[in-house]
Structures are given as structure tokens and as C-alpha cells.
Design a protein around this ligand. Structure first.
Ligand code: MOS
Length: 734
């Protein structure tokens, strides 16, 4: 198989972004556009008995105040995993029921944002309060697989079983048995969730930064009782998604209804404090890990049991053991997940949704096992390599985790590590800790219908299902089209995230590049074949525009359809209907995972005990690297986020009143520039031979998987303290 090489090109949209020409949803402006703001519930669970909106209506410039009493008759969106389109099944303001603190109770629309905000602050409600539970402690965990009639896909809850882990654990000479706790976290993309809704002669046009314009179109069609053909969703740029924007949000219907009622465009930007309560987040989870091993470091058994929070109204499935079962070749494995219903909005996907918490727990336990056995944690991992998938017995399409570990160790200088905790000191007296941990992430692929056109004036128009959320999807597509068609990047017009182009599918789960780049490759080849047919025997050095000129044509089009190995044709129907339709990691003939190894140095200051991450070396196996610049940037972002997850981030639950206490970027602490030391990124860059012709796996999420564990392991090496919860704070290492 030929190995394509990709040019190291800058981001195709960099110039537009730095001069502000790349428009985000909230940048949209219209003559007569009105501004909306939400009033939200101050209780955590119960019912609205009455709402007093008189003061709000009296504010100058206020045009509309909507509550559940006068919203009208609209349908809930349904949960995206249960045949619906929303991050949660429930639509606020369709009834007087309050399921969580911060839930919208009124929408105020004004001629100015100031009028809307002032009026929203004057909305007063009387409530009937009901008891609630917002923390995992003391709440019952339910084994959801045992429940009949669950609307969710049952396989997501099935236990992950290989061999007999309980027997192998009981008989193992050396055992680890430990509990780990991961807090709830919020992803906080810089672009707030925002909608501009506009009706144009019976067609609803939505501008919204999203990872899933298809779900917004089809979900709104369901909610409003409209033909999806009368809804356009336009999302050329999304200012960070990280899973928060992967489905229909609660505010989109409200903006659409207000715009229709008033006959004018309405803009609704949800402020960050409200996003903490009205968009999805990473749920709290607790993990019980048991490992059994022989003295020489062969892991014979692993048991991973996880409990995760969900909402009272939805079952958001956790899938933690899917990754931990596949990280090493552990012959006896048992994993199970249970859900704990709490009174919050429904949690959801946040970058490496299950793999980040799971790897923190599991890779900490692996480090504990290395210490117990007196083995180097690197050697222990290499001792448990595999070529086959433990859960299915199928071969892995490619696996270079051992190469990631060896290359990372070489770059980091791991052989100079003194294994004794607390033995390494910096010149200023800080304790130095060196830790290692690994990550894996499923390689998924989504179906795509791609259309391409060459025009006589030299442009190449390309459209496919995909969303640009800063990860560089347009640049990845461009690098393929430029190479195959031999055109300049400036000639490309790439239309993604836009329902006026190709049918739009969810962009998530690290399947973006592996889904759109092969589609771009096949579309380019289809176009070249069509050009060859149009002007047989033409000089291969001619550009598409020159061939069109030769043939006397203005435009030539081609369409390709692509699905993952083993997917039925019905997936195109799901794609066209705005439903999730990815495949993987288990394909008919193989299982496909991406891998990462992270090496971390922490410095723990002698007096303040402040923990600083001095340097990180991350080596990633994501198959062929398509776009080196954006790939490098993905990994840096993942490492920075891993540092945040390990040392900073927690959504503080308020047990008294419900909701989250630190609902802004001042108090939800994320790493700043001064917190980040050196980050060295390297790739194995070996094409996956089975997954697609481009040899691409996935990168976006695996980049951060294992970073937090590597930091926790480094903290242990520096201090001798094993911290089994996140974030790790000064008080944990005093
Ligand atoms: Mo991503 S957390 O799969 O949107």
C-alpha cells in the first residue's frame, strides 16, 4: 500500500481567524434583531406555582416574556442516545416542573441585551420545593442493565467480560484493590452556547456553534412539528465543543419560538453561569479497581467497576471499562457500570468522556501494582502488551503502544529515574516526581456523503458532514484535496457544519479526521475520474479548471458515499435523519484503538507544597498523521487539559441548594499559561493498514487520556503520597 505524505501546511482558516473574518453564531447581526435572556429556577427540584412577570414586562424595550404558561405546545427533543436529538430528553418551559437548579423558567426578549437582562432579573416565581439529591454519597447506584424497558442501547451497559476475572483475582499472588473518585467537571468552551434564530418566509434559519447541525435540524423539526427541509442550521465555526455542543441544546427551541412569535430575528447567548446548569458536563464517577498479577509482572486479572451520576430524567450511560479492558492484554477482565440518579441536568460527553476518569483510576492502579511488585512502571506496561483485543478475540488493526512507551522514555530520559519515592530533588529543594501513564481511545468512523465540484473559474467546492470546532478539520480536508487535485489551498471552498450542503452528522468521538479525510480522498478521485471521462487522454498536468476549459464545461460534480467497514446501507438513513451513526472500535474483522504514552515531571515545592508540572513528553499512535500542525496542537491541548483535570478542575456541587457553586471561569479553575512547562509531542505516524486508505485512526481524545494518571503517579513518586481523587491539591500533599 502506498504511503501518502502530507505537506506541513498552516491552518487553512488561520488568516480569516486572526482578522476576525471567521464568523461565529453570536457574531451574526440582522436588521431588527432582538436579544433574549433567560430567567432560571432558584430551587433545585419541584414545581413552579406561579410566575410574576409584570415587572419584567414593564422594562423599557422589552418585547416578549415567555413562560411555560404561554410557550405553546411543543414536543420535548428526546435524548440523543434514545432516538432523540437533545443532550437531555427534557425541554425546559414546556411544563411547570423543575428538575434542577438553574433550569430556565422564562425567556425575555428585548430590543437591547441590557433590557433583556434587566427584565430577566425581575422575573419572580413561587415554587413548591421537593427534596433532592445532588451528590453520589448516599444515593443508590442502580445496575441499569437489569432494568427492562430502558430506551437506551443495551449493549452500552453490558458487562465487559473476558475469561474469569474474579477467580483469577482471587488466585493471584499479588493484588491491588483500590477506589478512585473523579469529580464532575464542565468543559467551558470559549464560545458560549448561542443561537440566532430567524424565520425567512416559513423557513427557520439557525446560526449556532455546534458539533451536530444535523441533530439541531431534525430535533427542532420534531419539537416544532416542521418538515426538516424547512430548517437550515448554519455552523461554519464552533468555538470549542468538547462534547458540550454535540446535540440539540435547550435554548434553541426557545429562540426559534420567540423569533416566530415576534416576526424578527432573535439572538440568545447563554451566559457561562447558566451553561454550568443548562448544558451537559462530565458526570462524577467512582471506580473500584482490582488487579491480580504474578511476581514477574504478568497481570492475570483486572476488575473495573464504575458508578456514574446521571440525571433523574435520563439514563446517560457510562462506558468506562470498554477502554480499560482494551489498554493491555489482560486475559481475565470484568468491567461493569452502574448509574446513580441525581437531581441535575443530564450530564454528557466531555473530551475523553469515560477514558479520562477511567485512565486516572486504572493507570493509577497499574502504578500501585508496579510499586507493589518492585517493578519499573514502564517495564510492567511493556510486560502486558497484546496484539489481539481481549473482549472480542479479534486482531487489533494496529497497535504501537509499546513504541509510544519506548520512544517517550527515550525522549524523557526515563532511565535516569530513581525508583524510590521522594529520592529526587531539584536545586531549589523541590521534590521531583517522574510518572508515566498510558491512554487508549476507540477508533470510530462515521458515514459520510461528500459532494465535490470543480468550476471553470478554478474553484473546488467540497461539502461533507463535519464541524470545524478549532481542531482543524478544514485544514485536514484541505491537505488531502490539495495533494490529490494539485490545486492551491485558496481554490478550496469547504462547506461543513451546514445543512445546506451535505447531510450533517455528529462530529465527536475523535472520528472526524478518519471520517472526512477518506471521504475527501474518494471524492477527489471521483472528480479526477469524471474529468478523465470528460476529456479522455488529457495531459495529467492540467488543473481541473483547465480540463473544464478544454471540454467547454463550466462545472463538473461528483458525489461519494462512505461508511465504516461492516456498516449496513441503513446508516445513510441515520446520517440523513440527523441520528448518530458511528461504527467502531469493533469492526467485523478487527478492533481499532488509538494509543498514547505520557511521561510527566512534577516539582513539589518544599514549603508551599505547590505542585507544578515542569515537563511532559507525549507520544501518540493515531495512525497516519494527516495534518502535522493541527495534530501537534491537538496533543498540546490534550496535555494542558490533562494538567487541568489532575490539578485544577472540579465543579463544586452545592449540597444545600443544588447546582454548581463555582459557575464561572474565575472560580472554575483551569490552567493558565504560567502553569504549563515544557510539552514535547511526538507521533509514531504509522498508517493503520486496515481502517481506511489514508491510514488514519483518531487523535482528539486519546491525546488527553492518561495525562492525569501520569501526574498522579508523578506526585506519588515525588511525595510518597498516593492520591486517589482529583483534583490533587496542596492539602493532599502537605
Ligand atoms: Mo466529544 S466528548 O466525543 O464531543
Amino acid at each position: 500500500m502506498s504511503e501518502p505524505t502530507f505537506p506541513r501546511s498552516p491552518r487553512i482558516d488561520a488568516f480569516d481567524k486572526v482578522r476576525g473574518a471567521a464568523l461565529y453564531a453570536a457574531d451574526q447581526s440582522r436588521p431588527g434583531m432582538l436579544h433574549a435572556a433567560l430567567a432560571v429556577s432558584t430551587i433545585n427540584r419541584g414545581e413552579v406555582l406561579s410566575i410574576d412577570t409584570r415587572a419584567a414586562r414593564g422594562v423599557a424595550g422589552v418585547r416578549l416574556v415567555l413562560t411555560h404558561a404561554d410557550m405553546g405546545d411543543y414536543k420535548p427533543p428526546g435524548h440523543v442516545l434514545a432516538g432523540g436529538f437533545g443532550f437531555q430528553s427534557m425541554q425546559p418551559m414546556l411544563s411547570n416542573r423543575i428538575a434542577y437548579r438553574g433550569q430556565p423558567i422564562a425567556l425575555v426578549v428585548g430590543e437591547t441585551l441590557e433590557a433583556a437582562l434587566e427584565a430577566a432579573s425581575l422575573v419572580r416565581a413561587k415554587y413548591e420545593r421537593q427534596p433532592f439529591q445532588v451528590t453520589l454519597e448516599g444515593a443508590p447506584a442502580k445496575d441499569i442493565v437489569a432494568q427492562q424497558g430502558s430506551p437506551l442501547p443495551q449493549e452500552m451497559f453490558a458487562d465487559k467480560v473476558a475469561g474469569d476475572a474474579d477467580a483469577a483475582f482471587a488466585g493471584a499472588a499479588h493484588r491491588i484493590d483500590a477506589h478512585y473518585l473523579h469529580p464532575p467537571q464542565h468543559q467551558n468552551p470559549i464560545e458560549l452556547v448561542s443561537t440566532v434564530a430567524e424565520w425567512r418566509r416559513g423557513t427557520l434559519v439557525i446560526h449556532e456553534g455546534t458539533q451536530n447541525s444535523g441533530a439541531i435540524r431534525h430535533g427542532l423539526a420534531r419539537q416544532l412539528g416542521l418538515d426538516p427541509a424547512r430548517i437550515e442550521v448554519i455552523s461554519p465555526q464552533c468555538g470549542g465543543g468538547f462534547g458540550m455542543k454535540n446535540s440539540l441544546q435547550m435554548q434553541t427551541l426557545l429562540a426559534a419560538v420567540a423569533a416566530r412569535r415576534l416576526g424578527q430575528p432573535v439572538k440568545l447567548v447563554v451566559p457561562r453561569s447558566q451553561l454550568f446548569h443548562d448544558a451537559s458536563f462530565r458526570p462524577a464517577s467512582r471506580h473500584h479497581i482490582r488487579l491480580g498479577a504474578s511476581a514477574d509482572g504478568k497481570i492475570l486479572a483486572a476488575i473495573h467497576e464504575a458508578d456514574q451520576q446521571t440525571s433523574r430524567h435520563d439514563l446517560f450511560p457510562g462506558s468506562y471499562a470498554e477502554m480499560t479492558a482494551r489498554l493491555y492484554g489482560i486475559p481475565n477482565f470484568r468491567g461493569r457500570e452502574r448509574l446513580v440518579r441525581l437531581d441535575t441536568q443530564t450530564p454528557g460527553y466531555m473530551r475523553a468522556p469515560f477514558e479520562q476518569p477511567a485512565s486516572f483510576a486504572f493507570e493509577s492502579a497499574i502504578d500501585e501494582l508496579a510499586q507493589l511488585l518492585g517493578l519499573d512502571p514502564l517495564a510492567l506496561r511493556l510486560r502486558n502488551e497484546t496484539r489481539t483485543d481481549v473482549l472480542t478475540g479479534k486482531p487489533l488493526s494496529s497497535r504501537f503502544l509499546a513504541d509510544c512507551l519506548r520512544e517517550g522514555a527515550r525522549r524523557f530520559g526515563w532511565d535516569k529515574r530513581n525508583a524510590q519515592p521522594g529520592s529526587m530533588k531539584a536545586k531549589d529543594g523541590a521534590a521531583i516526581g517522574w510518572g508515566v501513564a498510558c491512554g487508549a481511545y476507540k477508533v470510530a468512523t462515521s458515514p459520510a456523503i461528500a459532494r465535490i465540484a470543480a468550476t471553470r473559474d478554478g474553484r473546488i467546492l467540497f461539502t461533507v458532514a463535519g464541524h470545524e470546532m478549532g481542531q482543524g478539520m478544514r485544514s485536514a480536508i484541505a491537505s488531502m484535496l490539495v495533494r490529490r487535485l494539485r490545486v492551491a489551498p485558496q481554490a478550496l471552498v469547504i462547506q461543513i457544519g451546514d445543512t445546506r450542503g451535505a447531510p450533517q452528522h455528529l462530529t465527536a468521538g475523535s472520528w472526524g479526521t478518519a471520517s472526512v479525510v477518506p471521504a475527501a480522498q474518494e471524492a477527489a478521485e471521483a472528480l479526477l475520474a469524471a474529468l478523465a471521462e470528460l476529456a479522455p487522454g488529457h495531459d495529467p498536468a492540467l488543473t481541473p479548471a483547465q480540463v473544464l476549459a478544454l471540454a467547454g464545461r463550466d462545472r463538473l460534480e461528483a458525489e461519494v458515499r462512505r461508511k465504516a467497514p461492516g456498516q449496513p446501507d441503513a446508516v445513510y438513513g441515520r446520517l440523513q435523519g440527523g441520528m448518530p451513526a458511528p461504527a467502531g472500535p469493533a469492526y467485523p474483522e478487527f478492533v481499532s484503538m488509538s494509543y498514547a504514552a505520557h511521561f510527566v515531571e512534577v516539582n513539589v515545592e518544599p514549603v508551599t507544597r505547590r505542585i507544578r508540572v515542569a515537563r511532559v513528553v507525549s507520544v501518540v499512535d493515531c495512525g497516519r498523521v494527516v495534518s502535522p500542525l493541527t495534530a501537534d496542537s491537538q496533543v498540546r491541548g490534550g496535555v494542558v487539559w490533562g494538567i487541568g483535570a489532575a490539578l485544577r478542575e472540579i465543579s463544586e456541587v452545592d449540597p444545600r441548594y443544588g447546582g454548581f457553586l463555582n459557575a464561572d471561569l474565575a472560580e472554575y479553575v483551569v490552567p493558565v499559561h504560567a502553569d504549563i512547562g515544557s510539552i514535547e509531542v511526538a507521533f509514531i505516524d504509522q498508517p493503520d493498514p486496515l481502517l481506511n486508505a489514508a491510514g488514519v485512526k483518531g487523535l482528539g481524545e486519546v491525546a488527553m487520556v492518561g495525562v492525569a494518571a501520569a501526574i498522579a503517579n508523578a506526585v506519588h513518586h515525588a511525595t510518597g503520597k498516593r492520591i486517589r481523587h482529583l483534583p490533587i491539591r496542596i492539602e493532599d500533599v502537605l
